[in-house]
Design a protein around this ligand. Structure first.
Ligand code: AR6
Length: 166
């Protein structure tokens, strides 16, 4: 799998699946979750309610329609909330591994990731990048392209340096 980084908005990515950094309730929220629900429209929430009546566990992934976005699917993951004391790194790496497993079930070949847990949930940025890169590199998958979408230049520079793309 090729791994690349772009700076931009994940909702605008022309890929098979975009990954959402959701919460356990799976009913929308702020940050990238809010942006994805706004861009995808009400179909995303309707599908969340229908497919995830009890929400989703931390570290797990599940898919819905992408509604009006260019992507076909949203793969929702629930990262650990560092700020609330969830500091098990395995829960963070699990999000990336499970997202690729769900992508394989769907037959998605291109996928865009935000930096899970690195916003509202407060996971330290450097380690959030390391966890993402190392898990994407280490997970066997049929996915051909993983695009890491950096929200801002400093994050882009950090990811690019970790990928050796600078
Ligand atoms: N495109 C790409 N990345 C983005 C975008 C965007 N449009 N918007 C934000 N980011 P966060 P979390 C980056 O807070 O930390 C929500 O309320 C952001 O800069 O979205 O996992 C959920 O409902 C950061 O690098 O997710 C949950 O309750 C990264 O995306 C909670 O926040 C993740 O930041 C999840 O917190």
């Amino acid at each position: 799998m090729e791994i690349e980084v772009v700076e931009g908005d994940i909702t605008e990515q022309d890929v098979d699946a975009v990954v959402n950094a959701a919460n356990r309730a799976m009913r929308g929220g702020g940050g990238v979750d809010g942006a994805i629900h706004r861009a995808g429209g009400p179909a995303v929430l309707e599908d969340c309610v229908r497919r995830f009546p009890d929400g989703l566990a931390t570290g797990d992934a599940g898919w819905t329609t992408a509604g009006e976005m260019a992507a076909r699917w949203v793969i929702h993951v629930v990262g650990p909330n560092f700020n609330a004391g969830q500091r098990d790194r395995g829960l963070l790496t699990s999000c990336y591994r499970r997202a690729l497993e769900v992508a394989d079930e769907l037959g998605a070949r291109t996928i865009a990731f935000p930096l899970v847990s690195a916003g509202v949930y407060g996971w330290p940025l450097d380690d959030a990048v390391d966890a993402a890169v190392e898990t994407l590199r280490g997970t066997p998958t049929q996915v051909e392209l993983a695009r890491m979408v950096a929200f801002g230049r400093p994050t882009y520079d950090l990811i690019a340096s970790r990928l050796g793309q600078e």
